[in-house]
Write a protein that binds this ligand. Structure first.
Ligand code: SF4
Length: 422
């Protein structure tokens, strides 16, 4: 039995550090050009060098996403870009477009190539086609069922990768013109504005300005509002199906999402590796996944077409907790320097979280604001982008996160994953 690689997004240097700290085996990151998710932060070539050094030091593999579909007039720029990154020791490139594949072969013939989900590989014949072309890993389409996945892993000799967590498109991944049509930003150039998640109303021709809700609900209507994928409870099926890598979606998401999701999947894979026969998903894992930004969870297509149970008709994003700050440095006296991300006050109930499901609730004590030339102005409230010193639980370490429960969200959060029955 082989435990699949846990593959996480790393849109910025900070997210990369979080991904490494919270147990990713591999990360995918984009350059400033040609990787889908044009707004995800992304690395310039110099930053890529630093990112790769960090990965190598920690034994984490790094893949560069070059998975947009360039037009002919972009090919010269793509060629320049490929030549710029050619000397960087990425473990693989992730591509979708056959033209990009061909250019990579010409410029970096030794580079391993992973096929992106944007290539929409939905059956084992397609997988064999790509294997014949020398692709060394395929990210299977999210629309495949467990049975389809088994048929494909059984047919090919290269590893297959599946998404286990994160947003779902209402189109085949990225093959959608909604964003392009409504905002001029193309999903296939990595610039999707996710208009499928907007609220839509109906307007009758003779009554301009009168917007009729499509479904009566005080939250409005979400006609294309897919829940997020969550296959946490089905890792044993995926592992025994021979899947080689489990991918987490979310290069646009923040560090709380990344840390929360990664530590759960890391814990689950470690528990399975320790004793597969007695493995059981811990309910606390699913509970943890509701603390981070999500749109309700579904098993997607794993057991067949999700139809209406894969949709949320009631809400947009939800989460039960908000990131308060990131621990930067631990001091001898039990305090830590924390980079504040959201407002909190002295006396707030906070939680420290870290890898290996570390979780310590604590009450926020004195808040000392660090300012240039003045290392400890006592304040009652702190705000984003401030740097403070506070007392933290003894187990705190750099890159642990401090968060605060959101009272309103707590009352309405539901740790459940909907999907068709299997
Ligand atoms: S608008 Fe929605 S369905 Fe279309 S590409 Fe963007 S995320 Fe996917």
């Amino acid at each position: 039995m082989k435990i699949p690689e846990l593959l996480a997004p790393a849109g910025t240097m900070e997210k990369l550090k979080i991904a490494v700290h919270y147990g990713a085996d591999a990360v995918y990151l984009g350059g400033e050009q040609f990787g889908l998710r044009a707004m995800a932060g992304n690395f310039c070539v110099n930053e890529m060098q630093n990112a790769l050094e960090l990965c190598k030091r920690n034994g984490v593999r790094a893949y560069l996403t070059i998975n947009s579909f360039p037009s002919d007039h972009q090919l010269a720029a793509l060629e320049r870009y490929l030549r710029q990154v050619a000397a960087l020791p990425f473990d693989a490139y992730i591509v979708a477009d056959p033209g990009v594949l061909r250019m990579v072969r010409r410029i970096s013939p030794e580079r391993e190539i992973h096929l992106s989900t944007q290539a929409n590989t939905t059956n084992h014949e397609s997988a064999l086609f790509w294997q014949d072309l020398g692709i060394s890993r395929i990210n299977l389409a999210r629309e495949m069922t467990l049975e389809d996945i088994r048929a494909t892993t059984g047919a090919v000799t290269i590893p297959c990768e599946v998404f286990v967590h994160g947003a779902l498109c209402i189109a085949y991944s990225g093959r959608c013109l909604l964003s392009s049509a409504l905002t001029g930003r193309s999903a296939n150039q990595g610039a999707c504005t996710q208009p499928c998640r907007w609220r839509y109303s109906l307007q009758e021709e003779s009554r301009p300005g009168v917007y009729l809700p499509i479904e009566e609900d005080h939250n409005g209507t979400f006609i294309f509002n897919s829940k997020d994928l969550c296959l946490l409870e089905h890792l044993p099926e995926l592992i025994t199906a021979g899947v080689g890598a489990l991918k987490i979606e979310g290069r646009m998401k923040g560090v709380h999402y990344l840390a929360g999701v990664l530590r759960v999947y890391r814990a689950a894979l470690n528990a399975y590796a320790k004793d597969p026969s007695r493995y059981q998903a811990d309910p606390a894992w699913l509970e943890e996944l509701t603390t981070v930004s999500n749109r309700g969870y579904t098993t997607g297509f794993l057991f067949g077409d999700p139809r209406d149970v894969g949709q949320s008709y009631h809400a947009g994003y939800q989460r039960s907790h908000q990131l308060a700050g990131v621990v930067e440095q631990i001091h001898q006296n039990g305090t830590a320097t924390v980079a504040v991300r959201n407002r909190f006050t002295r006396g707030d109930q906070l939680e420290l979280i870290g890898p290996a499901m570390k979780h310590h609730p604590f009450i926020c004590g004195n808040l000392l604001l660090q300012e240039p030339g003045n290392d400890g102005v006592a304040v009652e409230v702190v705000h984003p982008n401030q740097r403070i010193t506070i007392a933290v639980p003894a187990s705190a370490a750099p890159l642990d996160l401090i968060r605060r429960a959101d009272a309103d969200a707590l009352s309405s959060h539901h740790p459940e994953v909907t999907g068709v029955k299997h």
